[in-house]
Design a protein around this ligand. Structure first.
Ligand SMILES: NC(=O)c1ccc[n+]([C@@H]2O[C@H](COP(=O)([O-])OP(=O)(O)OC[C@H]3O[C@@H](n4cnc5c(N)ncnc54)[C@H](OP(=O)(O)O)[C@@H]3O)[C@@H](O)[C@H]2O)c1
Length: 249
C-alpha cells in the first residue's frame, strides 16, 4: 500500500517511515528537506498521487502564535485538497491530548484548527492525540527555568516515548479510519514537577524544581487533568526512567 508520511524527516516521522517500510509498504517520506512542502505545495501532488493513506506528523518551524496558526491552517488545507484530488482513503494526524482545553496557548489553537479542518474535510480520518513525548521533557524544563530554578505545577502528565508513538501510528494507519479522536499515552501518570525532578536527577542536572500550581505550562495555567486522557486511551508500555537510564548510559 502507498502511504505518505508528511514530516517524514522528524522525530516521529523517521521512525514511522522505517516501521512502515519494514512491513513492506511503499512509503514516501515528505518534508521540505526531502523536497516536498505542504505549505508551499512543492512536490505535494506527485507525492500523494496513488496513495491510500496520508499520515501527517509535521510540526511548525515557529511556534509564535500567528506563525504556527498559519502553518497548520495552510499545510492542512493543501494536504486535504491534494488528498481529495488523489482519492486518498484515510488521513491520519498526530495531535496532542487535551488540545481543546489548552486554547490559551497559540500552539494549541493551531492544533485545534488543524483538527477542525480534518473533521470538516469529508476525507475519512483518524486524529491520534498523544501525550508529551519523553524527548520533550528537556524542553519543558528549559522553558520554565529561571537561573537554577525550574518552577513547575504538580498537575498530572502521562508522557510517552516517541518509539511507542510511532508504533501506535502504524496500527492506526493500517486500520480503518476512526472518524474521530483517539487518545494515546504512556504507562505512568505523575506530577509535572515530579517528572522534571526525575529528569534532572537522572541527568545529574543541578537545577532544582519548585512546585507552584500557578506556574504556567507554555503559557497555560493547567488544571489537574489538562494534559492526560480522561476517557479511554491506548496505553504504551515504555517507562520514563527505563528509557532515560538507557538514553543516558
Ligand atoms: N512534542 C510532543 O511532546 C508532542 C506530543 C503530542 C503530539 N505532538 C505532535 O507530534 C507532531 C510531530 O512532532 P515531532 O516532534 O515529531 O516533530 P519534529 O521532529 O519537529 O519534525 C517536524 C517535521 O515537520 C516537517 N515539516 C516542517 N515544515 C514542513 C512543511 N512545510 N511541509 C512538510 N513537512 C514539514 C519537518 O521537515 P524538515 O525536517 O524538512 O524541516 C519535520 O520532518 C506535531 O504535530 C506535534 O504537534 C508532539
Amino acid at each position: 500500500m502507498k502511504i505518505v508520511v508528511i514530516g517524514g524527516s522528524g522525530l516521529i516521522g523517521k521512525k514511522l517511515v522505517t516501521n512502515l517500510k519494514e512491513l513492506g509498504h511503499d512509503v514516501v517520506a515528505a518534508s521540505p528537506s526531502l523536497g516536498i512542502n505542504s505549505v508551499t505545495g512543492e512536490g505535494l501532488a506527485e507525492a500523494i498521487s496513488g496513495a491510500q493513506v496520508v499520515v501527517d506528523v509535521s510540526n511548525a518551524p515557529s511556534w509564535e502564535d500567528q506563525a504556527v496558526l498559519d502553518f497548520f491552517e495552510t499545510s492542512t488545507r493543501n494536504l486535504l485538497k491534494a488528498e481529495a484530488e488523489a482519492g486518498v482513503k484515510h488521513h491520519v494526524a498526530l495531535s496532542v491530548v487535551g488540545t481543546d482545553g489548552l486554547l490559551e496557548s497559540g500552539y494549541f489553537r493551531a492544533k485545534m484548527a488543524q483538527e477542525e479542518m480534518i473533521k470538516a474535510s469529508g476525507i475519512p480520518y483518524t486524529i491520534v492525540r498523544a501525550t508529551q513525548f519523553f524527548e520533550f521533557v528537556e524542553s519543558i524544563a528549559q522553558f520554565s527555568t529561571e537561573g537554577q530554578t525550574v518552577r513547575m505545577p504538580s498537575h498530572f502528565i502521562q508522557p510517552i516515548v516517541s518509539d511507542d508513538v510511532a508504533a501506535a501510528l502504524v496500527v492506526y494507519a493500517l486500520d480503518n479510519p476512526v472518524n474521530g479522536i483517539t487518545d494515546l499515552a504512556g504507562p505512568e501518570r505523575m506530577g509535572l514537577d515530579d517528572l522534571v525532578r526525575r529528569f534532572l536527577s537522572i541527568t545529574k542536572d543541578s537545577r532544582h524544581v519548585v512546585t507552584d500550581d500557578n506556574a504556567p505550562y507554555y503559557g497555560v495555567v493547567l488544571k489537574q487533568y489538562s494534559l492526560v486522557p480522561v476517557g479511554e486511551a491506548r496505553i504504551a508500555t515504555t517507562r520514563f526512567e527505563d528509557w532515560l537510564n538507557r538514553a543516558t548510559k
